[in-house]
Each structure stands twice: as structure tokens, then as C-alpha cells.
Ligand binder design. Structure first.
Ligand code: AMP
Length: 213
């Protein structure tokens, strides 16, 4: 199964991708997590990405396509994978299509998770993540444990550098001006679905698995 989880920052793509990954046995590929790991390792890509991410800007398409190309050729991707946070621009979507053709892989199912903007802002301003594995924590759904350690891997739980009001505003603006049009790209190629993300994690998951059946 080759799945794209699509939607604005904070709609719950990462949370759903982790559940699908666990239950369907295919990897979650989060370009945001990959870039944060690169930034931590202080690689050349990481240094470039860190500056852009802290402002909520997009990392250039050629760098992103190289990153994805390398990742989807790994052996754990042979049965499929879930893209979370990619593609974010039309050139990324086009580049990905070409890559998939070259690799003789089937087309993607693209599922959009929809959440109203005021709910997104509330979620992002109260969100914390594990700096090691990327697990999300949120006061309403999954509060930070009293010891401040991730329940999945024991890593430190922190606030993302880009989860502040100003950067969130910019990320949402970029979503509207550049990423939202990717929706049309997949609509024109069929296999595009939308689910309501303004409900519980389980209910969003049920809607997604109903589509995948
Ligand atoms: P995310 O964790 O998906 O919210 O991504 C965090 C940040 O990483 C974004 O605001 C961008 O700066 C960068 N990023 C992640 N994925 C992409 C992508 N596909 N294209 C460009 N930049 C990206």
C-alpha cells in the first residue's frame, strides 16, 4: 500500500501515520522528522533545513526529492509506505510521480485530513513532541507524563521550535499558497479522499481504514 496523508500542519497526519504503520506493517516516512534528525546531526542538509524550518519556510524541492528518493529505495519500503508531510508542492508531487514510475511502483492513495483552522492553531500551540522518536503529546488527547519522558522510547519531550504563534501563522499561510494545490494534482489522478479530522483519534483512524479496505 502506498499512501499519502495530506493536510495542513497539525491535522494529525503523524498520529494517524504511526497507527497505520503499526497495524499495516509499512513504514511512516515523515519528512519533518527526517529534517529534524538531519538538523540534530548537523549535516549540511540539516544546517540548511534548520534555518528554514525555524521560520516555517519550505526546504527546496530538489533537496526534498533527493531525501525521499533515497528513503523510498530502502528495503523496508518494498511493500509500501506512508508519506507524512510530502509532497508539499506541485514540483514535489511531479517528481514523486516520476520516481514511482521509474521504480515501477503503483500510484498513491491520497487521504486528506480536514480540521478547521482555529482548532489547528489551538492544537499546535499546545503540542509537545518527543525529540527522539517524534511522538506527539497534547493536553487533551495524550498529556505529557509527569516524568517528562516519552512513553514510546523514553526520550525527552520538548516544544518544537516552529510551534510558536508567528511561525504557525506562516506555516498555515504557506500551506494555503503552495501545498493546498497539491490536492488538485491527486484529485485529477483519482484515488483522492477526505476525512474529518476534528474528532477523536480512533474515529479518524476508522474513517481512514474504511477507505483502505
Ligand atoms: P512537519 O513536521 O511536517 O510539520 O514539517 C516541519 C517543517 O519541515 C516544515 O515547516 C518545513 O520547513 C520542513 N518540511 C517538511 N516536509 C517538507 C517538504 N515536503 N517540503 C519542504 N519542506 C518540508
Amino acid at each position: 500500500m502506498h499512501l499519502i496523508l495530506f493536510g495542513a500542519p497539525g491535522v494529525g497526519k503523524g498520529t494517524q501515520a504511526k497507527l497505520i504503520s503499526k497495524n499495516f506493517g509499512i513504514p511512516q516516512i515523515s519528512t519533518g522528522d527526517m529534517l529534524r534528525a538531519a538538523a540534530k546531526s548537523k549535516s549540511e542538509l540539516g544546517r540548511q533545513a534548520k534555518k528554514l524550518m525555524s521560520k516555517g519556510e519550505l526546504v527546496p524541492d530538489d533537496l526534498m526529492l533527493n531525501l525521499i528518493k533515497e528513503r523510498i529505495q530502502q528495503p523496508d519500503c518494498v511493500k509500501g509506505f506512508i508519506l507524512d508531510g510530502f509532497p508539499r508542492t506541485i514540483p514535489q508531487a511531479e517528481g514523486l510521480s516520476q520516481l514511482m514510475q521509474e521504480m515501477q511502483q503503483p500510484p498513491f492513495i491520497c487521504i486528506e485530513i480536514q480540521v478547521p483552522e482555529d482548532v489547528i492553531i489551538e492544537r499546535l500551540t499546545s503540542r509537545k513532541i518527543c525529540e527522539n522518536c517524534g511522538q506527539d503529546y497534547n493536553p487533551k488527547v495524550k498529556p505529557v507524563p509527569s516524568d517528562g519522558k516519552c512513553t514510546v522510547c523514553g526520550g525527552n519531550i520538548v516544544t518544537r521550535h516552529d510551534d510558536n504563534r508567528e511561525t504557525i501563522k506562516n506555516r498555515l499561510q504557506i500551506y494555503k499558497s503552495q501545498t493546498a494545490r497539491v490536492k488538485q494534482f491527486y484529485k485529477e489522478r483519482g484515488k483522492f479522499y477526505s476525512v474529518d479530522g476534528n474528532t477523536t483519534v480512533d474515529k479518524v483512524y476508522d474513517q481512514i481504514t474504511n477507505i483502505l479496505k
